[in-house]
Write a protein that binds this ligand. Sequence first.
Ligand SMILES: [Zn+2]
Ligand SMILES: [Zn+2]
Length: 254
Amino acid sequence: MDNPEVIILGSASGKAETDRSHAAIALRRDKDVWLLDAGEGVTSSMLRHQIDPEQVRSIYITHLHPDHCVGIPMLLQYLHMSGYQGTINIYLPDGALDTFQKFLDQMYLIVGVINPRYYLKPLTEAHQIVSDISLTTHPTRHLQKWEKMELIGLETRAFSFRLTIGEKGVYYSGDIHSIADILPYLKEGDTLILESSHIDPDIILSELPGKGIRQVYLTHASTDMFADLEKLQFRANKFGLNIVVVEDGLKLAL
Ligand SMILES: [Zn+2]
Ligand SMILES: [Zn+2]
């Protein structure tokens, strides 16, 4: 069995870019792929980075902003047009299951009609992906300003994810309100994939050094933020914090 790999498929922020897809991360081992988020362009990004979309077994969605989930219909359409008959499990915050199913049905991606079978399932606190890989989910405050929309039946929760891969930990912030959302859950030795659109870079330098984070990968940045991120990278080194600014296709050093 090969060692698992984690590959960034989409590193753009919520705004479209010429050379970046939207949020998506692939965890791959041998012929199995699991996706954390599936933003716009996830299927073409998989093809660009030599990942076979037919190998996707499950998708885990942090929240329902389009830059994190609208790649799902196009992935299903691709699999249908390829004649793929396999099964794919799609885990979402559970308040969105019915509306998301209607959204897919309306795009004629109807279970039992299209070739791939897919199942929408609720995200749970802890989920065993395979025997030595598990996912835990932690709520964040990213969507707190939408909380009142619960009254009209909308899902307003967002989650961050921690992957435990054997002895190793990979923490994916998803989108957050502030770094305090994830600090309680980070463990020493974790590799952190951190979104950089909703947090103050100086907070990274004040909060993360000394936490034993192995490596920080900054993602979810718009192109005009990049110059600043590179400066941040330089400053972080002085604090003993390793920061890498992510581009699509980057394979994490686990
Ligand atoms: Zn986002
Ligand atoms: Zn978001």
